[in-house]
Design a binder for this molecule. Structure first.
Ligand SMILES: Nc1ncnc2c1ncn2[C@@H]1O[C@H](COP(=O)(O)OP(=O)(O)OP(=O)(O)O)[C@@H](O)[C@H]1O
Ligand SMILES: [Mg+2]
Length: 391
């Protein structure tokens, strides 16, 4: 049975390992620290940095495919691995569109894919001129290395540009600016594609962000007109084929107040917007990612319930005194239908430490339950006032 190497030891690698176990495969991870979420659970851990070519080589030896739980590996290292015969999936020629937001925006423009107006920002003047032409506030982004909203700034005026752009450029960041889109909401169209070219799409989901990061996902996206759902799915499948993507890919989308779809960004790996499918779809994204990078036939993506809601467990501002284990015990007692996924991470404010999936029939009911459960797990507080000892 094959071994797959995943670069990165975070929760995505941890949950991919879980899927690998079921398929009889081994997942080897390149992790920075032994206490990383995936390094805690998989027996094959190479400790090292994803920016160190020697560590990447060591992790790749004898494995059938090398894949990623983040976008951070330098492109030149990936090219070197490919030249040495490592089966890198997705290939660096595709991954670049998930690594570099400016390369992605430029390519999508070439493909006539709808997206916000954008420009490269090499000086304070570039950003000010863009804001004057396209309206304030504008969105400034680090071209590489952003995640969970780090590397994204909403900027109101020229004075703020001066402060932030000058500071970022001084620290060596490459920047771009985008028009701030009037959002109705955010969506994600997830697909997986194999090197052979088979592709499969999950239903389009709604993603709810808080403080610039994903907090809740509703699958499928409630009240999304069929026309838009079909359009989003077709767009994601087309992008996967045209860019040569393999494995799972999330196309993050903006639904504008005018009912248009614009692409925000691409992620070529399992993605937070696909966690619902671990319990809510016939084939979840972690299993599908493994099948895709190994060029196996892909799995059925159909949902198992009319609605699945995923709520992230985010570290509270102050970690509660009650232990995580006791919180889990109370949750399971009160909500036996909750599917809990914990990542083995320490609690820090706003850090993604787990998620809850709830399946059901009614969006409002299911969402309330999932969010109540996640809030309980992070805060040891029931949002409906329930007292575990006097309930
Ligand atoms: N052009 C835009 N107009 C309006 N809102 C935006 C725009 N670009 C980004 N945002 C908001 O900022 C969030 C984060 O942006 P983006 O996805 O580019 O950053 P990221 O740090 O790579 O994100 P993540 O890793 O959380 O997906 C988006 O989900 C959206 O809520
Ligand atoms: Mg994003």
């Amino acid at each position: 049975m094959p071994t797959v190497t995943m670069v990165g030891g975070g929760q995505l690698a941890r949950m991919t390992h879980q899927a690998a176990v079921a398929l009889g495969q081994r997942l080897r991870v390149l992790a920075e620290r032994p206490e990383d979420p995936a390094a805690q659970v998989t027996p094959e851990v190479v400790l090292g940095s994803h920016t160190d070519l020697a560590a990447l080589r060591k992790a790749a030896v004898g494995s059938h495919a090398l894949t990623f739980d983040h976008e951070g590996v330098p492109t030149e290292h990936l090219r070197a691995l490919v030249a040495e015969g490592v089966n890198v999936q997705p290939p660096p020629s595709a991954l670049i569109y998930a690594q570099d937001k400016l390369v992605m925006r430029t390519k999508l423009a070439e493909l006539n894919v709808p997206e916000p107006p954008f420009t490269a920002v090499e000086s304070v003047a570039d950003a000010v001129a863009f804001g004057d032409a396209h309206g304030w506030p504008l969105v400034l982004k680090a071209v590489r290395g952003g995640y969970d909203g780090r590397g994204v700034w909403m900027i109101d005026d020229a004075a703020e540009v001066e402060r932030i752009v000058a500071d970022q450029l001084a620290h060596g960041a490459t920047l771009m600016a985008e028009q701030k889109v009037d959002l109705r909401r955010e969506l994600s169209a997830m697909v997986a594609r194999s090197p052979y070219g088979q592709a499969a799409a999950w239903p389009v989901v709604e993603t709810v962000q808080r403080h610039g990061q994903c907090a809740v996902v509703i699958a499928p996206a409630p009240d999304l007109p069929d026309k838009l759902a079909t359009q989003a799915e077709a767009l994601a499948l087309r992008l996967a084929a045209e860019l040569g993507v393999t494995g799972a890919m999330a196309v993050e989308l903006f639904e504008t107040t005018d009912g248009e779809l614009l692409v925000n960004e691409l992620a070529m790996r399992p993605h937070n917007s696909g966690h619902w499918g671990m319990d809510g779809a016939v084939t979840g994204q972690f299993e599908q990612h493994l099948r895709a990078v190994l060029d196996y036939p892909l799995g059925d993506t159909r949902p198992l319930a009319p609605v699945t809601v995923m709520a992230n467990i985010l570290g509270a501002a102050q970690a509660p005194e009650m232990s995580m284990d006791e919180r889990l015990h109370h949750l399971l007692a009160r909500m036996p239908e909750a599917k809990v996924h914990l990542y083995g991470k320490g609690e820090r404010p706003d850090r993604k430490i787990g998620h809850i999936n709830i399946l059901g029939d009614d969006v409002a009911v299911v969402r309330e339950k999932a969010e109540r459960a996640a809030h309980w797990m992070s805060h040891a507080e029931w949002t409906d006032g329930w007292d575990p000892h006097h309930g």
